[in-house]
Write a protein that binds this ligand. Structure first.
Ligand SMILES: [Ca+2]
Ligand SMILES: [Ca+2]
Length: 225
């Protein structure tokens, strides 16, 4: 499928990799454990361990970090950076913050940046290059990608039962629309002049990294942001 400013789903591959990793780990434990410890030496309490998980060390384990109802997934630095960006948006551009609350349910640290608008709830995946460039830049990209998700949701609301076409929430014209909104937000939240200038220079084709006229899965894989 054609992918937009935000992009195809590799959750299946991720889960497969996780399953494979888990299996490898289990296999490793299964083969090495008996070699280092005789069955007679294992106290009976060890058998009970798998069915009685340890008590959570912190509330973070039972309630995932969130801000304004938006769940945040990632390492400690990523969570802190995301909370800083959302706080800035809430304080300097409440309208943008409200839009983000409405159209982004999860912000998750990932390899690349992209908006998975069709997921429930919609998920903004963010690469470190984007998240840690600056708080203002990161915040402006959240507003940009919330706009893709908003367009997806609006099409879905007005065309019940239909598949949302890629052109409804992606493509050059929509990129231009999202960039112009991002630029407005960037100004309101005090982004640096270089960030403003950069956004002003974009023409909506920034997502077409291999320059073949589309923004698809290959372009997504080539993102260094
Ligand atoms: Ca392309
Ligand atoms: Ca292509």
């Amino acid at each position: 499928m054609q992918l937009t400013g935000s992009w195809g789903n590799n959750e299946y591959m991720k889960s497969r990799l996780l399953v494979l990793f888990w299996f490898a780990l289990t296999a490793c434990v299964g083969t090495t454990f008996p070699a280092t410890q005789t069955p007679q030496a294992v106290p009976p309490t060890v058998e009970e361990l798998p069915t009685s998980p340890p008590a959570p060390a912190s509330p973070m384990l039972t309630s995932p970090p969130s801000y304004g109802g938006i769940e945040i997934k990632g390492n400690e630095d990523f969570i802190a950076q995301t909370i800083a960006a959302l706080t800035l948006l809430e304080q300097k551009d409440p309208g943008a913050f409200q839009k983000i609350q409405t159209y982004v349910g999860i912000i998750e640290q990932g390899e690349h940046s992209g908006m998975w608008a069709w997921e429930i709830p919609p998920r903004y995946e963010v690469g470190d290059a984007t998240a840690f460039f600056s708080i203002t830049w990161y915040a402006s990209t959240i507003a940009h990608d919330a706009t893709h998700s908003e367009l997806y949701a609006q099409y879905q609301a007005t065309h019940p039962g239909e598949t949302v076409p890629d052109s409804a929430f992606g493509g050059v014209e929509i990129e231009q629309f999202c960039i112009s909104y991002q630029l407005e937000v960037a100004k309101r939240i005090g982004a640096s002049q270089s960030e403003i200038d950069y956004l002003s220079s974009l023409d909506g084709t920034h997502c077409d990294l291999d320059d073949d006229g589309d923004c698809d899965w290959e372009d997504y894989e080539n993102r260094d942001w």
